[in-house]
Design a protein around this ligand. Sequence first.
Ligand SMILES: [Zn+2]
Ligand SMILES: [Zn+2]
Length: 304
Amino acid sequence: MYIRVLGSAAGGGFPQWNCGCQNCDGVRKGTIVASPRTQECLAVSSDGEAWFLVNASPEIRQQIESFPALRPRSSRGTPIAGILVTNGDLDHCLGLLCLREWQRFSVYATARVRDGFARNVFARTLARFDGQVTWRPFEPGRETSLELGTGEPSGLDVVALPVPGKAPLHLADMGTSPEDNVALRIGDTRTGARLAYLSGVAGPSEAVAQAVRDADVVFFDGTFWSSDELIRLGASDKRAEDMAHWPIGGDGGSLAALASLPARRKIFTHVNNTNPILRDGSPERRAVEAAGFEVAFDGLELHA
Ligand SMILES: [Zn+2]
Ligand SMILES: [Zn+2]
């Protein structure tokens, strides 16, 4: 299985346009050791030819261009066979609207995420012709084969598991559902490699444990280091948990909970611009690395 991180920041990216926090200011001025990051997106492939994206960030055009394997191989076309969406937050699905150039593609998402997305008037730009976008529903807990445009199997399958999360802010009137937010377990049918992808997790649950248990590679919600990160900056009155993100640090943090996972690679992604793990050599970054975790960056590639 080929894996390439196209974007590794939480919503807003790093630096974020309206943020002058220590990290954003420092990365602009070059006064900290850190790399800018686009909003979270992953590319995955069994054979290195046909690719699937996990989430569609608003920066998707630039992200596709950044990775030669995703470029067209004829006068019109794409090696991207489909897009898997983990929740309806704009940083995870706004990019779908940017793919409106008369190209057929498939979107894998829960019915709940699909219905929420379809509520916006711009969704019609993906219905310009019959069959432009094929929505393929995740049935929680059930294995789905990821298909090529021809309908043939791609060599990858996926299981979506509902994990603690929340509906996007703009869909608060829809109430909440377990299908608002899912973890993905992507398997390579040829090599048996297993990837667990959990870029948004509000806290521990049985499904979270199940998703990561025997994965070779785990990507995990690295949004915030601490619960009160935004409050201390004066940037928000919301705690990490209020925003459906499990903080990494502290006694009840995800780092302590996942430290004993046997996965070969454990990687925090969807990192918010305020998170101190973005700074090379910070105490928080060292704590993450000492526990066997990495911090995702745009362009990170691995084989599983
Ligand atoms: Zn997000
Ligand atoms: Zn910032």
